[in-house]
Design a protein. Structure first.
Length: 189
C-alpha cells in the first residue's frame, strides 16, 4: 500500500468525520474499549493456520478485556463451503457483529455481507475488494489481501499476522464501528 493511498489520521473523533465508503484511513488502536459488555461477537475462523490461530487468540483477549461475548465459529474444512457454513451458524446466533479472521473469509464475506446490510462485519488482516457500508476492515503491511478476485495492496506475509497485531486491529475496528465509521479500511501504521 503506498502512502498516497492512505488518508492521514484525523485529529477529531472518528464520529465527526464521514469518510468516503471504501476509503483507506490511518488508524490507531484506542487506549481502551468501553460499552461492549454483552456485545455479541461471532468470530469466523477460516482454518487452523498459524495466522488464523493468532487472530483467534487476539479476539479472545480483546473480548475478555472489554466484556464482549465472543462466540467462535470454525470452518469445517471437510465441507463444500466451509466458511459459508460457519457464517450460517454464526448468523443463527444473532450476533451484533461478525468478525472474519484473516484472508480466508474474504471471498465469502464479499458476497454475503452485501446481502446482509443490517448486520455489521469486521474483517481483520484482510479487506474486501468492494466493501459495502456495513463492512469495516483493518489491514497492515503484510496483511492486505483482497481475496481471490483482486490483488493485494502489497506483499503478503504470514509472519506479519501476530496476536499483538491482531489485538490492535480488533480494538481499532471495534472502536471505529462504535463511533459509526463503517464501510472503510483502517490501516495500522
Amino acid at each position: 500500500m503506498s502512502e498516497e493511498d492512505v488518508v492521514p489520521a484525523p485529529t477529531d473523533a472518528a464520529s465527526e468525520i464521514v469518510p468516503e465508503p471504501g476509503r483507506t484511513i490511518e488508524a490507531t488502536p484506542p487506549a481502551s474499549l468501553s460499552g461492549l459488555d454483552g456485545y455479541r461477537i461471532a468470530a469466523i475462523i477460516p482454518d487452523a493456520s498459524a495466522p488464523s490461530m493468532a487472530l483467534l487468540s487476539a479476539a479472545r483477549e480483546v473480548a475478555s478485556a472489554s466484556g464482549a461475548d465472543l462466540r467462535e465459529f470454525p470452518a469445517d474444512e471437510k465441507g463444500e463451503d466451509p466458511v459459508g457454513a460457519a457464517l450460517d451458524r454464526a448468523l443463527d446466533a444473532r450476533p451484533d457483529l461478525i468478525v472474519g479472521l484473516g484472508d480466508g473469509v474474504v471471498d465469502v464475506f464479499s458476497f454475503e455481507s452485501a446481502q446482509l446490510l443490517d448486520l455489521q462485519f469486521l474483517v481483520v488482516g484482510a479487506q474486501l475488494a468492494e466493501p459495502t457500508g456495513n463492512v469495516t476492515a483493518v489491514v497492515w503491511d503484510g496483511a492486505t489481501s483482497r481475496g481471490s478476485a483482486a490483488g493485494s495492496d502489497g506483499e503478503l506475509t504470514d509472519t506479519s499476522i501476530t496476536e499483538d497485531r491482531g489485538e490492535d486491529a480488533l480494538e481499532a475496528g471495534l472502536a471505529s464501528i462504535q463511533d459509526g465509521t463503517t464501510g472503510v479500511v483502517l490501516h495500522l501504521g
